[in-house]
Design a protein around this ligand. Structure first.
Ligand SMILES: Nc1ncnc2c1ncn2[C@@H]1O[C@H](COP(=O)(O)OP(=O)(O)OP(=O)(O)O)[C@@H](O)[C@H]1O
Length: 271
């Protein structure tokens, strides 16, 4: 069974003459232990899609399911890491207290919480920084804290919304490799939204390429690259070069969804 299943998702903002159809028909799934990335042209509806998947917004049609259960409201087994790490960490709490925060109130034993927190902070390379406050850390380190917090929660799926868009290029590469390391170590299932085509291919098992709004899935690319990725060797691999070229061409020439053609294609056959 898919960990996350997005089935014929549609969304229209407003109604009547002011209606704006954002999502025309989005269907894809994420298997357990897989990293699926989502790329598309600017304004293609990535935020709308993420908000729907996180249960923060009800779609106009279709459904999102987590392990077969339809998502209505924010589901238990889901954690998110956002681009804006400044807004997502509590500035008045230490690194450790930030990581502990979402574990409170779940009936976990003290020892279990302590072990999860220690393990997650170690996994993101921040052992020794437990007592620091977010303002005492670089942007990349703050994003590591956000990742540690999500790891400690042990979600079924981790949604990452352009998480590295605000850090410098070198830090970005380090954080990408950190995501791959924690995915391997914790068998994490990850949905990764990005504007960066290289990043989408480098990290993923599959890449979902979206159209312009009203948005549909143009294609899903299988990333047939060795599981062990390397910032230099993988990006020189002929298959990486082919895939990034294909994704770039699809995004550059992305069409808008055509509601009439879509309705005709999905109309029931005439009797
Ligand atoms: N509240 C709203 N009311 C009306 N239209 C909206 C609303 N929010 C988004 N839209 C429109 O829906 C479409 C998808 O918007 P969304 O913000 O989901 O795209 P995005 O891919 O996240 O954008 P970006 O590439 O800028 O991050 C856009 O055409 C946008 O203008």
């Amino acid at each position: 069974m898919a960990m996350l299943d997005v089935a014929q998702l549609t969304h229209t903002y407003g109604a009547g003459a002011k209606a704006h159809r954002a999502l025309l028909d989005i269907s894809f799934s994420v298997r357990p232990g897989e990293l699926v990335s989502i790329v598309g042209p600017s304004g293609c509806g990535k935020t709308t899609l993420l908000r729907t998947m996180a249960g923060l917004m009800e779609p106009s049609g279709g459904a999102v399911s987590l392990e077969g259960d339809r998502i209505v409201g924010v589901p238990e087994g889901l954690a998110m890491v956002f681009q804006d790490y400044r807004g997502s960490l509590f500035p008045w709490l230490s690194v450790e207290a930030n990581v502990v925060f979402p574990l409170r109130g779940h009936g976990l034993e003290k020892d279990d919480i302590a072990a999860r927190v220690r393990d997650s902070i170690a996994a993101v390379g921040l052992t020794g920084f437990e007592d620091r406050y977010p303002s005492q850390l670089s942007g990349g380190m703050q994003q590591r804290v956000a990742i540690a917090r999500a790891l400690a929660y042990r979600p079924k799926i981790l949604l990452m919304d352009e998480p590295f868009a605000s850090v410098d290029a070198q830090t970005r590469e380090e954080l990408e490799d950190l995501v791959l390391a924690v995915k391997a170590r914790f068998g994490m299932t990850i949905l990764f939204v990005t504007h960066d085509i290289d990043e989408s291919v480098y990290l993923a098992d599959r890449v979902v390429v979206l159209s312009k709004p009203p948005t549909f899935v143009q294609t899903v690319l299988d990333v047939d690259l060795p599981a062990e990725r390397d910032q230099i060797a993988t990006k020189e691999h002929p298959e990486f070069i082919r895939l990034r070229g294909e994704a770039a061409r699809l995004i550059r020439s992305a069409p808008h969804g055509d509601p009439e053609a879509h309705a005709a294609a999905h109309a029931p056959a005439a009797a």
